[in-house]
Design a protein around this ligand. Sequence first.
Ligand code: LMR
Length: 393
Amino acid sequence: MLGALKPQPADKILQLIGQFRADPRDGKIDLGVGVYRDAEGRTPIMRAVHEAERRLWQSETTKTYTGLAGEPAFHAAMAGLILGDGVQAERIAAAATPGGTGAIRQALDLVRLAAPGAEVWVSDPTWPNHLSILTWLGIPTRAYRYFDHATGGVDFAAMTEDLAAVRAGDVVLLHGCCHNPTGANLSLPQWAEVASLLAEAGAVPLVDLAYQGFGDGLEADAAGTRLLAARLPEVLIAASCSKNFGIYRERTGILLALGDAARREVTQGTLATLNRVSYSFPPDHGARLVTTILCDPVLRADWQDELETVRAGMLDLREALAHELRRLAGSDRFGFLAQHRGMFSRLGATPEQVEALRRDHGIYMVGDSRFNVAGLNRATVPVLARAIIDVGI
Ligand code: LMR
């Protein structure tokens, strides 16, 4: 049986981790996978997470199974974080999932079950694993234009032109904030236009919210998602706690399915069944940490403070890189790097230039020239800027 297996294509992002580790050069710089690093290159455990872990360790009395869809307290805390108080609880079905990727996978499984003929529209470009999961599930997929290579911003005219072809029942995958891989994001008026477009077409948005708090702040980063939730009858949201709580390996995420209150029970039961047939119970430890933090005002304030420091640090690095490139290039052609938000920016380099950065400078980024801003620090910003000019970008 196993002899029938064919080699699977490697994930372009995860592949870089191995290549970077195998590189013996001192001074190599990892700007690949989306993991936050501080100025010393560490991915620290956040203070509030440490404290929540200590409390849990002292108070937890059992490791027996939790709810099949996770704990209601986690659902409520996350729904509050993402949606504020603008959505009636009766409209929200929820399931804890293994990370944000688990939520995307469950959301797409739900789409396949509920709307077998639906096409899922994804931005061009999008996170490569969106495409891998869609292909794996055999879901018909269409791309809508998104990124304007000339300006480094969103090509909104092209995006809306493509989305005009969306049919009733189709699903449109949107990045709630901090678009991965480009770093270019919709403004709130543009979110409103997208909401109108989808409402008119009768399409359902699926929002991937993996970086809330990494762009313009916790509230601002959720604003587009909240607008969709207020204006559309049905919205799917796949959220991750990996980045904003820094609990990558705890695999903590949530799928929210907003719909008609009268249908909530059936939707909730379906989410629980999807968990059951995939992995039974979702991971609980990270979800419990998040719930502890969000439900304790002191811990929550401390978490927000630390998250804000992380966010401000990334913005500083963006400014510093754009400034250094302005100095070296003698032009503002990299100014978009300071406008982008979140962990990533797409530099606009060719695969050959990306390869030259790796080969000649020990700088690792994804082949489409996406780089992780949070992989930089004050010392490596000028090194990257110099290398960008050297390879002729
Ligand atoms: C990324 O895009 O680098 C992150 O979301 C990590 C991953 O799983 O790809």
